[in-house]
Design a protein around this ligand. Structure first.
Ligand code: NAD
Length: 319
């Protein structure tokens, strides 16, 4: 029925994050077929109806329906947004145990369908959930991607663009490490066009200051918590970040995005999923870009990976 080059997505978890992603997919015409799967089948059906009623107003011909795991067989990407949302005051890592059980009930049936595509994971704590997905699925790690610090990086570029009065698209700076409290900005690698942000501050005669950079990275780190306090949860930003990653995959764009990937020697780290700049295309993560970190930045990166490893290893013990 569909052309062989159809872009097929199966979305597991049709809550706020999942449906923000689906809505953005529809508005950006970013796939051809979307199957909505949720433990609450009625909810998935209602969401499919609602989106379908918007089709006439969109430029998209997306085929949207509620379905079950068997329909993941033909999917190019299975996007997982299922899980329990973060509550005020609750850390992302606190969510781990509950979400691990949710993932056990998802990955098995997806793989049993004969699925041979890519996983894109948004559920928190996302670096750990991506690693669990890779472990449970047995897929090539390059084909199992976490949304990582993609959204944090977008927030950073927006804030830096605002501070320097420059289009965020001309700001090249990354948040790396855990998507969470230990994430950080390697400022030595932050540029406006090709000029270092630290040099811009040093040469500005006091107009811009490096102390402000720390305020900005703090704002990025605390953004999710602030939004959760104000409106219970965050979803539009992550929905759009997931569409950006989806487009990079379907378009085989080789775009640089700070997704969470399995490190195998890069940045001196092994066997840990963490957010780093990656080249993303049709087969997932093609390459990791190894930034030249200062000794202090490397120490922060190691500390962030330590947090992730300790958490993951704790989980193994709880099995
Ligand atoms: P939500 O409660 O609105 O939606 C979760 C959905 O998962 C619900 O529809 C629920 O029925 C479904 N679900 C639960 N258990 C399931 C199972 N076993 N099988 C299939 N479906 C199941 O939550 P939300 O606000 O959409 O958040 C979803 C996840 O996304 C959370 O883990 C949240 O922390 C995370 N999140 C990640 C980022 C990021 O940057 N990576 C940003 C925001 C939120």
């Amino acid at each position: 029925m569909y052309k062989d080059d159809s872009r097929r997505v199966a979305l597991i978890g049709t809550g706020l994050v999942g449906m923000s992603y689906a809505y953005a997919l529809l508005n950006q015409n970013a796939c051809d077929e979307l199957v909505l799967v949720d433990i609450d089948r009625k909810r998935a059906e209602g969401e499919a109806m609602d989106l379908n009623h918007g089709l006439a107003f969109s430029g998209s011909h997306m085929k949207i329906r509620a379905g079950d795991y068997a329909e993941c067989a033909d999917a190019d990407i299975v996007v997982i947004c299922a899980g329990v949302a973060q509550k005020p005051g609750e850390s992302r890592l606190d969510l781990l145990q509950r979400n691990t059980e949710v993932f056990r009930s998802i990955i098995g049936p997806v793989m049993a369908s004969g699925f041979k595509g890519l996983f894109l994971v948004a559920t928190n704590p996302v670096d750990i959930m991506a690693r669990i997905t890779q472990q449970l699925s047995g897929l090539d790690p390059r084909r199992v991607i976490g949304s990582g610090t993609a959204l944090d990086t977008a927030r950073l570029r927006y804030l830096l663009g605002d501070y320097f009065s420059v289009d965020p698209r001309n700001v090249h700076a990354y948040v790396i490490g855990e998507h969470g409290d230990s994430e950080f900005v390697p400022w030595s690698q932050a540029m406006v066009a090709t000029k270092s942000v630290l040099d811009i501050c040093a040469e500005s005669g006091g107009k811009y200051c490096t102390a402000e950079m720390e305020t900005i990275s703090g704002e990025v780190r605390d953004a999710a918590q602030k939004i959760i306090e104000a409106k219970r949860s965050t979803y539009y930003g992550i929905g759009m970040a997931l569409v950006r990653i989806t487009r990079a995959i379907f378009g085989n764009e080789s775009s640089v995005l700070t997704v969470s990937t399995l490190l195998r020697g890069e940045y001196g780290q092994q066997d840990v999923y963490a957010g780093v700049p990656c080249i993303v295309g049709r087969d997932g993560v093609r390459d990791v870009i190894h930034l030249k970190l200062t000794a202090e930045e490397q120490r922060k990166f190691d500390a962030s990976c330590r947090v992730l490893k300790d958490t993951y290893e704790g989980l193994q013990l709880n099995k």
